[in-house]
Design a binder for this molecule. Structure first.
Ligand SMILES: [Zn+2]
Length: 112
């Protein structure tokens, strides 16, 4: 079980400005020159300035910052489930694949 592997699998890319699901607002100052081409957000207790761009993770329909720890416990629970049921999960995915292929083949072809 490795949070880094989970993070890599569920990252959708890097960004400079992200509100994590927990409400914290992450803002990258990387590459910001003194002219502030991007206006800084208000400096509140929920605003966190980072020196690097932010990896955005998405799972269960929620968006998270890699700088935040709020998603770690949920990720550990998900990894535990995946690790302890990988054979059943593979069976399920293969069965779903077959079902979806059959369903697609049953559709009528549309002509132009
Ligand atoms: Zn968070």
């Amino acid at each position: 079980m490795d949070l880094q592997n989970f993070k890599q699998a569920f990252s959708i890319g890097r960004t400079v400005n992200l509100q994590c699901d927990c409400g914290k607002h992450f803002f990258s100052t990387y590459g910001q020159d003194e002219d502030l081409e991007r206006p800084l957000p208000k400096d509140t207790e929920n605003t966190i300035f980072t020196e690097h761009d932010i990896d955005e993770l998405v799972f269960e329909g929620k968006h998270y910052s890699d700088y935040c720890n709020c998603w770690h416990e949920r990720a550990k629970n998900i990894m535990g489930f995946l690790d302890s049921h990988h054979s059943a999960i593979a069976d399920y995915l293969n069965a779903e694949r077959k079902r979806l292929i059959k369903s697609a083949k049953d559709l009528h072809e549309v002509s132009e």
